[in-house]
Design a protein around this ligand. Structure first.
Ligand code: CUA
Length: 311
């Protein structure tokens, strides 16, 4: 159907065509009723216009046929839409029992995904094609919402409890996921790519530890820097921001708010990543969340190597 590609994004999940059909049913019914009302209204305005100053309308007798029809037709329409919507709701709420489960953690302002074999990815959700996937989601801070327009699925992600959403992607490729619940200054940048792999490619990706294992350290660091949204507070070109810039950081002497100082070597950088409140550089505040303890040893090494490259 031409309209589906015109108004809405490509359909890439098994549920998408069904949702679009319901959407277009509501849409076109509304358009038809709207046009019908406007045409009838215009005709009546013309036909029953006041012709002379002493023109008086005749008494209108109630018509049973009319009254029954304007009650019955909308009731039938509403029931059709309710039934349609309810069936879709049930389907979306009931993942197939063999669904592949991925855990999702949302926090200001990134998405983290953990796969059954322990592999993790940030900012990138990798899924196999033609297989139902269930996301079990929770938030570390405020309410977020996970939305993949191409799959037509959207679900709130809450702190202190799990919510879930499932889909079966029908075509390999890269699609966009959004946060659709306002969650603070970087809300609009809280994005993730959904990468749908062919079956074998997905297995290979999982085996290789999420494709991060064979990356050189500095490249791994650049990936982690981007995935963890470090650029929200740290520039790499010397520009001012909430936190210190990475440029010229390595090897420089840092003055701290408590009057002490230290040279920014590997151990200092490591401490500043894993325990950011330990030493606060003069001119900055203790704002970095102490939530990076989940980084692997290799990821921390990568970040340090990345920082070293910006001296
Ligand atoms: Cu997270 Cu908006």
């Amino acid at each position: 159907m031409l309209a589906q590609t015109f108004w809405l994004p490509e359909q890439v999940s098994t549920i998408a065509p069904e949702i679009d059909r319901a959407f277009y049913f509501v849409h076109w019914t509304s358009v038809i009723i709207f046009i019908g009302i406007i045409i009838t209204m215009s005709l009546f305005v013309y036909k029953y216009r006041r012709r002379t100053p002493d023109d008086r309308p005749t008494l209108v007798e109630p018509s049973t046929v009319l009254e029954v029809s304007w009650i019955a037709i909308p009731v039938v329409l509403v029931l059709i839409i309710f039934n349609w919507g309810f069936q879709g709701f049930i389907k979306l709420a009931t993942p197939p029992p063999d669904a592949y489960q991925i855990n999702v953690t949302a926090r200001m302002w990134l998405w983290e995904f953990e796969y059954p074999n322990g592999v993790r990815s940030t900012g990138e959700l990798h899924v196999p094609v033609d297989r139902p996937v269930r996301l079990q989601m929770s938030s570390e801070d405020v309410i977020h919402s996970f939305f993949v327009p191409a799959f037509r699925v959207k679900q709130d992600v809450l702190p202190n409890r799990y919510s879930s959403v499932w889909f079966e992607a029908t075509k390999a490729g890269e699609y966009q996921a959004y946060c659709t619940e306002y969650c603070g200054t970087q809300h609009s940048n809280m994005l993730a790519s959904v990468i749908v792999h062919e079956r074998e490619d997905f297995d290979e990706w999982l085996q290789s530890g999420g494709g991060m294992e064979d990356l050189p350290l500095a490249e791994l660091g650049a990936r982690v820097f981007q995935q963890q949204a470090c650029q929200a507070c740290h520039t790499t070109d010397g520009g001012p921001s909430v936190g210190p810039t990475l440029q010229g950081l390595y090897g420089s002497t840092r003055q701290f708010t408590d009057g002490t100082s230290a040279v920014a070597d590997e151990n200092y950088l490591r401490e500043s990543i894993l325990d950011p409140g330990a030493k606060i550089v003069q001119g900055f505040q203790n704002l970095m969340p102490p939530s990076y303890t989940g980084l692997s040893e290799r990821e921390v090494n990568g970040l340090i190597e990345f920082i070293r490259e910006h001296q």
